[in-house]
Design a protein around this ligand. Sequence first.
Ligand code: IMP
Ligand code: MG
Length: 332
Amino acid sequence: MPCTVIIGAFWGDEGKGKIISYLALKDKIDVCVRTGSVNAAHTVWFEGKRYALHMVPAAFVYEKCRLLIGAGVNVHVAKFFEEVKATKVENRIGVDFQASIIEEKHSAQDKTSSHLKGIGTTGWGVGPAIEERVRRTAILAKDIPELRPYLTDVATETNIAIDAGKKVLLEGTQGYMLSLFYGTYPYVTGRDTSASAVCSEAGVGPTKVDEVLLVFKTFMTRVGAGPLPGEITEEEAVKRGWFEVAAGTGRKRRSAPFSFEIAKKAVMINGATQAALTKLDAVYPKCKGARTYDALSLEAKEFIKEVEVQTGIPVVLVGTGPDALDIIDRRC
Ligand code: IMP
Ligand code: MG
């Protein structure tokens, strides 16, 4: 597993935060590079506390992990400092000098621009910040005096770590179906969210990647507008125990049953080699808290098998509850 890219298979909120934090502790990850921007919240439970991380990589839970924010990221400076303080990682976090800055005005533009009305953006201003960067008028991390102590060349650091055989995670954000190129355009985010784009944002070439771990939730959810195949009503979602509220924005999530069609396409576009399946217990309540494959119900085992047969990749991690250790690790 020297270099692994972690990607969401649906519309974000698949549980990447939990998977990354588990891997960080279990595999003793040396370097974790976050990509994307502040619109994505990765939820991590650690030492009885819940963190919804918008900037700090989710691998912070392993105290020896070097945490990096790639050149492709739009950095929200206030959020960065707030989270660095809350997670106490000031001595081991670095920001690429060429990452760009998301400013207050971008958030205002996100909320008032007529062309974004109806998309249901998160309101953080990520789309407008990307527009600014494309216009070649963005402020970069190296222009912000408070960021100076954290500046580094993330691509060089990461490639040196990979070449030295260290364990590196590239932390994808959001999900494949929110991709600017492959998602449900125009109901998408402002960037490509695929594994290739995550590599690009971190500064790692495709030949350096060993595994692409695609994270599926056992059912699908979506916040904001746009198509959701097989969508069920909120009432039905509550009845089934699938109803969720977004970690970042507090918005209600819409839900639908797992789509094998989307799953297969996500595997193809991301070149996925492994899958993680989260929240198995929400669909198969008897599996709650199971820590071994044998403890799963027959139905749940059949579902996992079906995912493997249809996607052609192994389901190596299975989430069965909110605790970081409520996980079945089939790699061992
Ligand atoms: P934006 O990324 O804020 O421009 O929002 C565009 C669309 O992507 C909206 O439907 C958002 O709800 C959705 N979105 C953006 N980031 C995330 C995320 O991290 N999880 C889930 N949905 C997201
Ligand atoms: Mg999220």
